[in-house]
Design a protein around this ligand. Structure first.
Ligand SMILES: CC(C)(COP(=O)(O)OP(=O)(O)OC[C@H]1O[C@@H](n2cnc3c(N)ncnc32)[C@H](O)[C@@H]1OP(=O)(O)O)[C@@H](O)C(=O)NCCC(=O)NCCS
Length: 184
């Protein structure tokens, strides 16, 4: 793990540092995963306790293979406080395709930080991973997330994909958005 963590692709933006998760990030991550409203359109139910969030954090810390899945802690540059999470997943190297997931703590939303984090990971995936197609699956009512990807050049390709995610005792549907790298 030590070597993998050293190889981790930390990303910097104007206001954010996207880095490998650390165990001390549990309270920050819990402001996201423990918030029922922020988790309204997520594909797992909100954490009932910080212990549950800590289990997710252990999983997020392990994702250093750089192959099919990688997660970054979204941190403020000023004090390195974790205020969210962004990942790519379902990466298919053969098809040069992957999906993005992201969440920002409610107290930090609507300040442009979600767009800033997604823009940085989008650039990383196109340039460093040579992705051709980057997808985001978004619930039709998730206006904030739709606005983020549309601002960054994603196009809606279809949907809703009915009952796409099984979340606790219900199903959620998804629209499919994609951004194609025109140069590769
Ligand atoms: C989606 C999410 C990451 C956006 O983060 P954010 O930091 O608030 O996004 P930004 O501040 O960069 O906002 C981008 C645009 O969306 C708009 N926006 C954000 N949230 C909005 C909301 N709830 N309703 C309407 N517009 C919203 C902003 O006003 C901004 O538009 P503008 O540039 O035209 O003013 C955040 O809302 C979130 O964490 N949601 C819960 C988790 C989630 O659903 N993740 C996505 C799963 S697909």
């Amino acid at each position: 793990m030590a070597k993998a963590a050293a190889d981790f692709p930390t990303l910097q933006t104007r206001r954010l540092r996207l880095r490998h998760f650390e165990l001390r990030d549990a309270p920050g991550l819990h402001t996201c995963f423990g918030d029922a409203d922020a988790m309204r359109f997520w594909n797992i139910p909100p954490s009932k306790s910080i212990t549950e969030t800590e289990k997710h954090l252990i999983g997020l810390r392990k994702t250093t293979s750089h192959y099919s899945y990688l997660a970054w802690a979204i941190c403020t540059k000023s004090n390195d406080q974790c205020i969210g999470m962004i990942n790519y997943h379902h990466r298919e190297q053969r098809n040069r395709r992957l999906e993005l997931g992201y969440i920002v703590a409610p107290s930090h939303q609507r300040k442009g930080l979600g767009t800033e984090a997604v823009a940085a990971v989008l650039k990383y995936c196109f340039k460093q991973l040579s992705a051709h197609r980057i997808e985001a699956l978004i619930h039709p009512d998730n206006i904030g997330s739709i606005r983020v990807v549309e601002k960054l050049g994603f196009r809606c390709e279809g949907g809703p994909l009915i009952d796409y995610w099984n979340v606790g005792d219900k199903y959620l549907s998804a629209m499919i958005y994609a951004h194609i790298n025109p140069t590769k």
